[in-house]
Design a protein around this ligand. Structure first.
Ligand code: ACO
Length: 432
């Protein structure tokens, strides 16, 4: 910890407090305000946590102004080019890239846990046939606590590790089953002779009656998408997981809460919202009208896939995925959909428009990921489910880090109360 500090003075009383300034490896310094309430009787007000750091973390680093994203220090561009999703999982969980032996062992462990309990499979039939797969996933993942009692002591590092492995291993099975149930097809059991991504594709798209061949272009594209979505530091869903589990709640319940948070259209649900928005635009001629709507303060419409709380230059994941999007369409010889043309026009006009430039609103990863998902055959209502599958390792890494942090306490934000002053109860017959 550094010796630098800032002093805050309450001008009303003249009382001061000296607050230590903390330095990270990269990024802006942070004022440690822990003693503020004790010393000055005040707390900070920061809706949306725009200026508030909630923890120390050694997992992911983002520099939104420079468009930098690092997992455990490694640039996302290098991981996207050279790594595999499962290797990235190892990196996020354990902090270092694995040796060959460590990778082999990790792969074996994850394979070993890929099946879900048969009793859990029966849960699916309780859902309406047309339920959104995200709704099913929230329920099924939460229900895992009811099946794995043997590893629910969150104070035991071994239990935490088993839960982490179970979640990473079972998520593709749960995701694919959620989809199969929603379309009325039989569930496919995992095939442990396949890799993580290939296994998921088979469980999603194969049927027991037909042979299924995995397209390597599709597997590569999905591997890339999973890597790009694996973690993103203290975003809404990761913070939800941390807050939920800060009470000592089970990791399954906490990850289920994270999935619920991710579902929102301002977060992971944006990739689905992007495609729905693009599909509603009949031709490129309608694009300027849409841009005007997005700029109109009296219209709640927002351009989905534009803007980011942290990236105010460009989203590095968007840059990688934009290039991959073109490659995938070419490799699959997919005729570009009219929607794709609309997307490029939207991107072009928005990038030239003063409103978007002044507010630093650039296309984010969701603007392009939906187009890849569409090209590789992932249905619209599964986009956010695949995102949740990818992000599970990030949530778990954040949870494990939090559980090992000596500074960890139950999360409990304060509030500025603006309700009625204290008043006395009035019996019903005396009220006017
Ligand atoms: N379209 C039009 N205007 C926008 C958009 C948008 N997509 N996003 C932000 N703005 C405007 C706001 O109206 C506001 O304008 P003002 O200053 O004149 O009032 C300004 O830009 C700042 O917006 P905020 O809402 O304060 O930005 P914030 O950081 O809180 O929100 C968010 C970020 C939620 C991502 C927002 O940009 C948004 O809703 N984007 C569309 C949804 C989306 O793509 N989400 C995916 C996020 S990435 C992810 O989860 C992987």
């Amino acid at each position: 910890m550094s010796k630098s500090s800032v002093t805050i003075t309450d001008n009303r009383t003249g009382k001061s407090v000296e607050l230590p300034v903390l330095h990270g490896t990269h990024g802006p310094d942070a004022i440690d305000i822990k003693s503020l309430h004790r010393e000055l009787g005040m707390f900070t007000y920061d809706p949306g946590y725009v200026s508030t750091g909630s923890c120390r973390s050694a997992i992911t680093y983002i520099d939104g102004d420079e468009g930098i994203l690092l997992y455990r220090g490694y640039p996302i561009e290098q991981l996207a080019q050279h790594s595999s999703y499962l290797e990235v999982c190892y990196l996020l969980l354990y902090g270092e890239l694995p040796s060959t032996e460590q990778m082999t062992e990790f792969r074996t462990i994850i394979r070993h846990h890929s099946m879900v309990h048969e009793g859990l499979r029966r849960f699916y039939s309780g859902f309406r046939h047309d339920a959104h797969p995200m709704a099913i996933m929230v329920g099924i993942v939460g229900a895992l606590s009811a099946f794995y009692h043997d590893s629910l002591d969150v104070t035991d590092p071994e239990h935490r590790e088993i839960s982490a492995h179970r979640l990473i291993a079972k998520m593709p099975t749960i995701a694919a089953d959620s989809y199969k149930y929603s379309i009325g097809q039989p569930f496919m059991y995992p095939d442990n002779s396949l890799g993580y991504v290939e296994n998921f594709l088979r469980m999603m798209f194969a049927v027991p009656t037909e042979p299924y061949e995995i397209n390597p272009v599709v597997a590569r594209a999905l591997n890339l998408i999973l890597i790009l979505h694996a973690d993103h530091e203290q975003n809404a869903s990761a913070s939800t997981v941390r807050l939920a589990s800060s009470s000592g709640a089970s990791p399954f319940a906490s990850i289920s809460a994270g999935i619920g948070s991710l579902w929102g259209p301002a977060h992971g649900g944006a990739n689905e919202a992007v495609i729905r928005m693009l599909q509603s635009i009949k031709s490129v001629k309608e694009v300027p009208k849409l841009i005007e709507r997005a700029k109109d303060k009296n219209d709640s419409f927002r351009l989905m896939g534009f803007g980011h709380r942290i990236y105010k230059n460009y989203d590095p994941r968007a840059k990688i995925i934009r290039a991959a999007c073109h490659d995938v369409l070419k490799a699959l010889s997919t005729k570009p959909e009219p929607m794709f043309e609309v997307a490029l026009e939207l991107e072009r006009i928005a990038l030239e428009d003063d409103y978007f430039r002044e507010r630093k609103l650039y296309p984010n990863v969701d603007f392009y990921s939906g187009m890849i998902f569409k090209a590789i055959g992932i249905p619209l209502n599964m986009f956010t489910v695949v995102f949740a599958m990818a992000r599970t390792v990030g949530w778990i890494a954040q949870w494990m880090e939090m559980m090992e942090d000596p500074e960890n306490r139950i999360g409990r934000p304060r509030q500025l109360y603006v309700g009625s002053p204290q008043r006395d109860y009035v019996p019903l017959d005396k009220r006017r």
